[in-house]
Design a protein. Sequence first.
Length: 499
Amino acid sequence: GMSFREGLEVEGREFVKLLFSVQSAALRHLFFAERIANRVPGLKEAPPPIRKVGIVGSGLMGGGIAVCFAQKGVPVVVLDAKQEWLDAGIRNIRNIWLGQVKRGRLTEAKAQSYFGLIKPTLKYSDFSDCDMLIEAVPEIMPLKKEVFQALEKNTRPDAIICTNTSGLDIDEIASTLKDPSRCMGTHFFSPANVMQLLENVRTSKSSNRTIASCMAMGKLINKKAVLVGNCDGFVGNRMLAPYASEARQLAEEGATIDQVDAVAEAFGMAMGPMTLGDLVGHELFWKQRKAAGDMKKQTKTYMGPYELVDWLCENNRFGQKTPDPKIKATGRGLFIHAGRSKIVDPEVVTKLEEIRAAKGVTARTVSDEEVLERLFFPLINEGFRILEEGYATRSSDIDVVYIFGYGFPPAKGGPMFYAENYVGLSKLLERLSVYAAEAKKRYTTNPHYLPIDYFEPSQLLVECVQAERTGMRSKVPAGVPLVDAVLSYKKKSKGASKL
């Protein structure tokens, strides 16, 4: 056996190993990233107090946001267009707190005091004394504009008006206001009373007072608030698009649906991209492409291949939200769901074979390493582009978005930390270049494939690798990511930022 002193020596050695491990560095990075995210460079404006909040839309999102404010003692006016919608929304809000009472997390008296702060209404005039208004209606541009016009007529001229859109152009929504400087995006994640992330989206006209208000609001309701720019998909959803697209592409090439999910989950994601698709619903972007009258349309938030998703949606198989009583499924999409268990739908496997035959593709064995690289490397590359284009302040803000909004594993520090400290920027650049060449060959030689550019290395990544090779890393203070040092140097020489 080992003596006590020898045991202490072993413990000391193991502790030092852990202390200087990359996982430890990742968690320390995250600790500081959370705290710095709320700081907006150059913002000195003091935020006005938030004494009362108005919310348009009492659905899952609007109700969740209302809960956040009531739990901080802020009175909330909740409006909906029809009495039955409002009644259902208020019932859901009440049920959230009743559920907490049942689980012993909340006293009945506290639940009643929260509920007493909620005022349901059908009249916009009840918003007359609100300091901040948050619109949480469906993602339909004319509807959002209509709501904004009604808000302008019924609110104080100094009230902040926010939209909870997850992808529409906020500058366009704000253009309906006489004073667009009081508008900003507040992208909550569903369910809003549970999810910690808040993407505060600055428009081209948002005033410093508006930005200060929204950042203070995030802090008030205990969110990890990150200021981002108004680009397609903002930060999180824009980076998620190539990840989701490549998951489908891998399945067409021969990776199994279970394999793609298993690789993402082994990496540490809360769930794989295929399961995520079934959870969110495959119909979202299918409907957007239908509405645009172009089923091959690609944007920064959705891209092909579409054949499998289109077939699912045409058969009303959106995922967990579409049950199929014929086969006793509680939901049907890529998977057949039975309560909490699921299996890949055999019809999906057959359909993939048909798609391959139609495209002239032969299934091959895809290694787990290739699946991992093709899922995460384009996602990271998009993060570099977002920084390059000035839609995020610092790389750690992107890490905060992914850790708290998308289930990225904290021990990997977020996608940008992972790129620099786990993968290595040179390797990332080299692998992206290989996959970019393969993708280009695919869409230039096979007319069934749409062009994609998400593997094309970001110019900022190229510059970071050059900086690394010329010894810049040794000149950067400890704890400062190389990408931020390169960005800072670029800003001093150019000054490009959307924030």
